[in-house]
Design a protein around this ligand. Structure first.
Ligand SMILES: [Zn+2]
Length: 501
């Protein structure tokens, strides 16, 4: 396509073919005739685009941005002298690109070193890996993160602010089995795919059973959650999609495993039980690879393997008890919407949240509360902006941030407290998970820096055409118009695997 952009050979045995896209949604990949935009023009246009559409769904913003950016090419003169890995490799058997998004719940970054994981290792060695893991969104919980991965939005904007929460306007409760589309904002990948006249298939993923927009959770391509389905059956069902006539093979598929999260909650992150759970996930990846190879499509499928968050051990010596705060302020149980690791409090009308937060912090800082210094309470507006956890009425007004491994409880109980938890600040390393991309869109044997999982929506939907240097990355939030001037976007880095990264 663009003869001026020369793929540089990478150190593998395979020869990279000429530049070619195998992107899932390929908008305008042959744009070599388009002159490169000056960054200032790009900036102004993007700001204009962002402001004028900010009131609409954020997914729409992201998509428009992708249309916009993918319509551009750039001059290679913009590039540094560092070698650029490659563009996509051509498909050999499939007649259209396929993305298979796999989640291994609670697969903390580093678990891959607990035991030999030859199959995950094969994806890493021949694909692109976030070298120090994938950064979850805050709160580092299962539903908020899975839905951020497929919408590209932070929880305040996609609406799933916790695994369990109450709508303050209606008093209705969201729980993990809530499938009413009113809870699920934004546009998940399966909906984007169907909107483009393509087929998607979901084998479990939070939100996938919700009939929303053009997505109707079709019988053959959308499994209703049932945790008792053996992992082998899930893998085999996904493999069977590749036995369909070419035009019927979904272009986007999800596959979900509950492990090793289940074990992590029971025994913490450093128990042999985790090691076995990781080995089992690796065997499932091996089963998948084998099935794809048997069908001759392994190298054609873009496999993206992620986890939603990490895990850290918790024990009873790391407890903070809310009843201990009574000398400063009484926090009744019915004010508390979640305890640990995300403390979320909504005082009833008549109580000032700022007054409640202030008194709680007075107590916590007094030195008289056991472990008090490991909890800090914020009005949600005062949380660090990097957490993006403010712009939703569904988020209670008072949020407590716990230090790693600590827990909050209402009162002292005589039960065993040792186990594992996640949900903490996403800056904590133990909350990180993994990102591996393998297939024709991904450079082989590349390491990229850690990035937040909200990037994955763009990664899947963009064409992979690198955008201009000094591109502007607009963060999808109406509360903060945050514009980063970056040398390269994360998409550039993931797809092209710049050597210096
Ligand atoms: Zn999870």
């Amino acid at each position: 396509m663009d003869s001026a952009i020369k793929p540089t050979p990478i150190p593998t045995e395979e020869e990279d073919p000429p530049n070619q896209t195998t992107a899932l949604l390929s908008f305008n990949t042959d744009s070599s005739s388009t002159p490169p935009s000056k960054p200032t023009t790009t900036t102004l246009l993007l700001i204009f685009l962002f402001i004028t559409t900010c009131v609409s769904l954020f997914a729409a913003i992201g998509f428009a941005f992708l249309f916009f950016s993918s319509a551009k090419s750039q001059s290679p003169s913009n590039q540094t002298s560092e070698p650029i890995a490659q563009f996509a490799r051509p498909l050999t058997k499939l007649n259209h690109p396929v993305v298979l998004l796999i989640s291994s719940d609670g697969f903390r970054f580093g678990y891959q070193f607990k035991t030999p994981t030859p199959n995950i290792g094969r994806l890493i060695d021949n694909g692109t890996e976030a070298e120090r893991g994938l950064i979850p969104v805050f709160p580092t919980l299962t539903f908020p993160n899975h839905y951020s991965i497929v919408t590209g939005l932070y929880p305040a904007h996609h609406g799933i602010v916790n695994n369990y929460f109450v709508d303050p306007h209606t008093g209705e409760t969201f729980y993990m089995g809530s499938h009413d589309p009113k809870w699920w904002l934004g546009e998940p990948l399966w909906e984007t795919v169907v909107n483009h006249g393509l087929k998607a298939a979901t084998y479990f993923w939070p939100g996938s059973e919700v009939n929303k927009g053009s997505w109707t959770c079709p019988l053959n391509f959308c499994r209703h959650y049932n945790g008792s389905v053996p992992f082998e059956e899930r893998v085999d069902t996904v493999l069977q999609y590749f036995d369909l006539p070419s035009s019927e093979i979904p272009v986007f598929m999800t596959l979900y495993f509950e492990d090793p999260d289940q074990q992590g909650h029971h025994v913490g992150a450093d128990d042999p039980e985790i090691t076995e759970a990781v080995a089992r996930i690796d065997r499932m990846i091996g089963r998948l690879i084998e099935g794809l190879e048997k069908r001759g499509v392994f190298e054609d499928v873009n496999i993206i393997m992620v986890g939603d968050h990490g895990m850290v051990g918790t024990c009873d010596k790391k407890l903070i008890i809310l009843d201990d705060l009574a000398p400063w302020i009484e926090i009744p149980q019915n004010w508390v919407y979640s305890y640990s690791p995300l403390l979320a409090i909504r005082p009833p009308p008549g109580f000032s949240p700022s007054d409640v937060a202030m008194k709680m912090n007075e107590g916590l800082k007094s030195g008289k509360i056991e472990n008090g210094k490991y909890l800090k309470v914020y009005l949600k507006e005062e949380l660090p902006s990097r957490l993006h956890y403010m712009a939703s009425d569904r988020i209670p007004p008072i949020i407590g941030l716990l230090e790693e491994g600590f827990k909050v409880e209402q009162k002292r109980l005589k039960k065993k407290e040792c186990g594992g938890a996640h949900g903490y600040d996403n800056a904590i390393f133990s909350m990180r998970s993994i990102f591996i991309g393998h297939g024709p869109q991904f450079a082989r044997g590349r390491k990229v820096p850690s990035f937040e999982n909200v990037q994955i929506y763009n990664l899947v939907t963009s064409s992979g055409v690198p955008m201009s240097k000094s591109i502007v990355l607009v963060e999808a939030t109406c509360s903060y118009l945050v514009i980063y001037e970056l040398e390269y976007t994360m998409l550039d880095i993931i797809y092209r695997g710049f050597a210096e990264w």
